[in-house]
Design a protein around this ligand. Structure first.
Ligand SMILES: [Zn+2]
Length: 246
């Protein structure tokens, strides 16, 4: 409002705003506890300084900002305070003491570095979050073993899922001289069957994209790694969406 004062001052205007940020974030994959985070924020020296500056307004010159929070200066316009928490756009700025715990949560189903990063980026932020997550997962034996064995065709025991559409499996089958794709959700056993025009990667990807648009992105996709799942297109597709393939 301050920024647009020239246009708004003295006029009747309609303000449309989204006050549901916290609600949206709470519904997201990571079950962050806002109350707990609010408490942690009050310990956290760096975020206390940051929150004061956000409330007071940023100085024009970066050098006039406390050294501890200079790293936030470049995206200062994105920072807001809502319900006692600091947000960078729609991501919560996580206090130091909560970071390790949230990395663990993002990594709960051993989805590998990419999957974890994708999950965390949906709703969390802190400086160096990416490298913190990468370093944490590099030390995880399970993720590393799966990474190495990803190419091999081997049986993996499936850990219990925590949400629908977290892990899905795909397989092709033939019925009455027609090819079909079956996609099944590990959490609910819900399945989708789609008739295929051909067995190429592009066709299968097109169908999966429609499912993803309806149910969200899974973390893992299981298949027999035969065609078309071993195709270049499918590999590219998985990488693009951070799907962990088995
Ligand atoms: Zn792991």
């Amino acid at each position: 409002m301050e920024k647009l004062e020239t246009y708004t001052y003295g006029r009747k205007i309609v303000v449309e705003s989204d006050h549901k940020l916290l609600e949206i974030i709470c519904k997201k994959v990571l079950l962050i506890a806002p109350k707990r985070l609010q408490g942690m924020l009050l310990q956290d020296e760096e975020l206390q300084i940051l929150s004061k500056v956000i409330k007071k307004g940023w100085p024009i010159n970066k050098n006039a900002v406390d050294l501890k929070i200079q790293k936030y200066f470049q995206f200062r316009e994105e920072l807001t305070i809502q319900n006692g928490l600091i947000f960078k756009s729609d991501r919560v700025v996580v206090p130091n003491s909560a970071r390790a715990d949230l990395i663990e949560k993002a990594h709960s189903s051993h989805i590998g570095i990419q999957g974890c990063l994708r999950r965390a980026r949906e709703c969390l932020y802190w400086p160096n979050m990416n490298s913190d997550i990468e370093n944490y997962i590099k030390t995880c034996e399970t993720c590393n073993i799966f990474n190495m064995e990803q190419q091999k065709e081997s049986l993996h025991s499936h850990e219990l899922c925590t949400r629908p559409w977290e892990k899905i499996a795909c397989d092709l089958f033939e019925f009455n001289q027609q090819d079909y794709l079956m996609t099944i959700d590990y959490y609910s056993d819900y399945f989708e069957i789609d008739r295929l025009n051909n067995k190429k990667g592009k066709e299968v990807i097109g169908i999966l994209m429609k499912h993803f648009a309806r149910y969200g992105l899974p973390d893992c996709v299981f298949s027999d790694n035969g065609p078309p799942f071993n195709s270049h297109e499918f590999r590219h597709f998985s990488n693009q969406y951070g799907l962990y393939r088995y």
